[in-house]
Design a protein around this ligand. Structure first.
Ligand code: ARG
Length: 252
């Protein structure tokens, strides 16, 4: 698994130099910005019927509006998102990517648009701490910081990866794994929806989440950071965050 993650990153770095990303001036002139997300990571990005929605979708739409741009959304499996970015299939990605040194070798991140962490969810009586994961089977989404961090837990049993986070959750619900590790806010919603059947355990790690642009696309990065700062100062960010979480989830 770790070997596979390394290969993916090497592939990303190679692709980084392949073509030219659209600069801010080119995007502005076209009038439309192309944004990619997964659309399967509630409550951050998800499909409601055939409508793309979620905290990050609303936030990115608000940023584009501030920048005077129309939006063309693209959905891709999570594991393909940064590869597609480096192939110039879209201008930026907003899909709850944790800002990690490995990813920073492949892409450039905007200032974080929220802070969160990876937490354990299990059945009542199941493993609630990192120590309790010893010998246990854990479900995680492939290509994520959950996989990276769970793999480092000493003595952890089988780590099963799923293309979609919602499938990893389903494996826990079906009793095929002992625990699921995922976003702490997603976990809270899951536990609430399954009243009494699941419980949330310890937070395993914290992370800052950022939008990604192609490496070296500094003109776009500057505009995204300015738009995000403005949304954070004019109440737009707080309003969207409160709708989804009942709180402001920006980094402090
Ligand atoms: N925050 C985690 C990471 O950085 C998970 C992100 C998953 N995002 C998604 N759209 N499925 O890897």
């Amino acid at each position: 698994m770790i070997k596979k993650a390394l290969l993916t990153l090497t592939a990303l770095s190679l692709l980084a130099s392949a073509a030219e990303a659209r600069t801010w001036d080119e995007i502005k002139k076209s009038g439309t910005i192309r944004i990619a997300t997964e659309g399967a990571f509630p409550p951050f990005n998800l499909m409601k019927g055939n409508q793309l929605t979620g905290f990050e979708v609303d936030l990115a739409n608000a940023l584009a509006q501030q920048l005077g741009l129309k939006v063309q959304w693209v959905t891709q499996p999570f594991d393909n998102l940064l590869i597609g970015l480096n192939q110039d299939r879209y201008d930026f990605v907003i899909a709850s990517h944790g800002i990690t040194p490995e990813r920073q070798k492949a892409v450039d991140f905007a200032n974080p648009h929220y802070c969160t962490g990876g937490a354990i969810v299990t059945h009542p009586g199941g493993p609630m701490t990192a120590a309790a994961l010893k010998g246990k089977t854990v479900a995680v989404q492939v290509g994520t910081t959950y996989l990276q961090n769970v793999s480092k837990v000493p003595g952890v049993g089988d780590v099963k990866t799923f293309p979609k986070d919602t499938d990893a959750q389903a494996a826990l619900l079906a009793g095929r794994v002992d625990a699921w590790v995922g976003d702490k806010f997603t976990g809270l919603d899951l536990v609430k929806a399954q009243k009494g059947k699941l419980v949330q355990g310890d937070l395993l790690f914290n992370e800052r989440i950022g939008m990604a642009v192609k490496k070296g696309n500094t003109s776009l990065l500057k505009e995204l950071n300015a738009a995000l700062a403005k949304a954070m100062n004019n109440g737009t960010y707080a309003k969207i965050s409160n709708e989804y979480f009942g709180q402001d989830i920006r980094c402090h």
